[in-house]
Design a protein around this ligand. Structure first.
Ligand SMILES: O=C(O)CCC(=O)C(=O)O
Ligand SMILES: [Fe+2]
Length: 318
């Protein structure tokens, strides 16, 4: 069967039921694909025989950087730094988790383009972050070719500020500046998420969905789709830890950019040049195979556009 919509991840395509029959999925892969398609997230056991040793080494190596007294069971674990971004650059175990080949192969199969990890976040406690979709921070053209993989590095109970999400919210309108009537290019924000909070709240109210919490055991992981609304719930017991690693993935042959600081309709994109954690190489943005690392400067765009219009008029008059 020809995929008429290569601009959509396979798991998010309206043709998903017909397409998946041809992928040769195992029963476990099919369960994950179905969950992503219907709910926007899927849980799986992280495929790494050395995971327990890696977790222990990561906690030992990164622990002192958070400024938290982990040795004292009664200390406030939320008092220090909440996260370390891109520890893969100096910690081989963080890198190995992010670049896990089985996960890359699985995501590539489910999305229909080659996945590559480009960012890691390591948390010793919950983030207590409001509901958001990651696609305002990092998105792609065509859209939806991005996902997060959240790995539990210990068992997580309800008092430790577990991850939460709204099942099915990946099907809601994708949050962009044009959707909320805001100009983004050149804007300056302390938190890129802030302008969208009332809009996400309005969608939650109108769809009347109930949040679900992820209470995993150590070694379980959760994939979330680019547009799934998720966050970190309030940490009820501050003496608890909630060690976790999030890896964000992009997919090949896409334009990579930050929507919060872009105005897509005006061709003003805050482009990204993500480095693949798998091979250390910066990845070019591409559109239908062609490299497009820079937005066309505004002036040039106008000249080209005028030339094109002129040639259309001349040709029409011939
Ligand atoms: O772990 C959490 O509490 C949320 C993390 C998150 O939203 C992210 O890394 O994108
Ligand atoms: Fe997030």
């Amino acid at each position: 069967m020809i995929n008429i919509f290569p601009g959509l991840p396979l798991i998010e395509s309206p043709l998903f039921p017909a397409l998946k029959a041809e992928w040769g999925l195992s029963a476990e892969e099919e369960r994950i694909a179905n969950d992503l398609h219907e709910k926007g997230f899927a849980v799986f056991d992280f495929p790494d025989a050395d995971l327990n040793d890696r977790i222990e080494r990561i906690q030992g190596h990164l622990g002192p950087r958070y400024g938290i007294d982990f040795a004292d069971p009664h200390s406030d674990k939320t008092a220090g730094e909440r996260r370390i971004q891109d520890a893969w650059k100096f910690d081989e175990d963080v890198r190995a988790i992010a670049a896990n080949q089985a996960v890359i192969d699985l995501l590539s199969k489910l999305y229909g383009r080659k996945a590559f990890p480009f960012q890691t976040l390591n948390f010793p406690v919950g983030t207590q972050q409001d509901g958001h979709s990651d696609s305002v921070h990092f998105s792609s053209l065509p859209e939806r070719f991005m996902c997060g993989v959240w790995l539990a590095m210990e068992d997580v109970g309800p008092d430790a500020g577990p991850l939460f999400y709204y099942p099915g919210s990946h099907k809601w309108p994708i949050m962009t500046n044009s959707l909320i009537g805001r100009r983004g290019y050149g804007s300056d924000l302390a938190s890129a998420q802030d302008p969208y909070a009332p809009a996400w709240q309005a969608l939650c109210d109108v769809y009347g969905v109930k949040e679900e919490r992820f209470l995993p055991r150590k070694g379980q992981a959760l994939i979330w789709c680019a547009n799934l609304l998720h966050g970190g719930s309030r940490q009820i017991d501050p003496t608890l830890t909630r060690w976790s690693q999030v890896t964000h993935y992009y997919f090949g042959d896409c334009i990579y950019y930050t929507p919060a600081f872009s105005d897509e309709a005006l061709g003003k994109l805050d482009m990204r040049r993500p480095v693949s954690i798998a091979n250390g190489q910066a990845q070019d943005s591409r559109y239908l195979g062609d490299v497009v690392n820079k937005t066309l400067p505004r002036k040039k765009y106008h000249v080209n556009f005028r030339r094109k219009i002129k040639s259309i008029i001349i040709n029409c008059n011939k």
